[in-house]
Design a protein around this ligand. Structure first.
Ligand code: ITT
Length: 221
């Protein structure tokens, strides 16, 4: 069973449309979100931490809203900004901008503990190489601090496969009551995501694009 790791049930509703019935289960686990400008390293770290927590295959989903006129803000800080400012305030701020174009991005990170061709740079390949070179540690000296840290380093070397999705749009006054998060203020092709049902949003959304790539790869695997 694949665990879709998120505290957000809205994401799971969207993901279920791409994966065979009964093959995915929500794991409500709040993994550590490292500070990074890109979603990839956040998803990769999160996937490794969630894999250790779940002790089985996991898929983490890191997403964000990138507003052009704000240099990509809130981007990886989208959850914090939604919680602290709220989407109405984000719309008000964007309303003062000449450039209200925006994009949603989603990065899925898959880890099942096995070796496979993980995503290449810029996503922490250097880190993985260094950790792999450190080796798994010496079982005979278990309990020894050096062996422990070697083991932690080797765990950090676990391959993570990333899948990315992107959708362009613009920030508008809130409309619609579907979806979640920033959906009411994100317009694509004349409609906000909150005005679309799940199938329509999935057909064009950042998450839908990433899930489509994941589902193809996972079916082969
Ligand atoms: P998890 O980290 O537990 O998965 P989260 O909701 O905090 O849940 P993210 O950090 O990925 O997830 O999300 C960043 C923010 O972007 C957060 O405020 C979400 O509500 C919002 N968001 C993510 N995907 C979205 C989508 O498809 N439509 C609207 N808002 C979205």
């Amino acid at each position: 069973m694949l665990r879709y790791v998120t505290t957000n049930p809205g994401k799971v509703r969207e993901a279920e449309c791409y994966l065979p019935d009964g093959s995915v289960d929500q794991l409500d686990f709040d993994y550590t979100e490292i500070q990074a400008e890109e979603l990839g390293p956040i998803a990769a770290r999160g996937a490794r931490e969630a894999y250790h927590h779940a002790d089985g295959p996991v898929l983490v989903d890191d997403a964000g809203l990138f507003i052009e006129g704000l240099g990509g803000f809130p981007g990886p800080y989208s959850a914090y900004v939604e919680e602290t400012l709220g989407i109405d305030r984000v719309h008000e701020i964007a309303d003062d901008l000449d450039d209200r174009r925006a994009a949603f991005r989603c990065t899925l990170g898959y880890c099942d503990g096995d070796a496979f061709a993980a995503s290449p740079d810029p996503v922490d390949r250097g880190e993985r190489t260094a950790a792999a070179a450190a080796g798994p540690g010496d079982a005979a000296s278990a309990g020894d601090a050096t062996a422990d840290s070697d083991e932690a380093a080797a765990a950090d070397a676990l391959p993570v496969k990333l899948f990315e999705g992107y959708v362009p749009g613009r920030i508008v006054a809130p409309r619609g009551d579907g979806g979640f998060g920033y959906d009411p203020i994100f317009e694509h092709d004349g409609e906000t995501f909150a005005e679309m049902d799940t199938d329509r949003k999935n057909a064009i959304s950042h998450r839908g694009r990433a899930l489509e790539k994941f589902a193809d790869w996972y079916a082969e695997r």
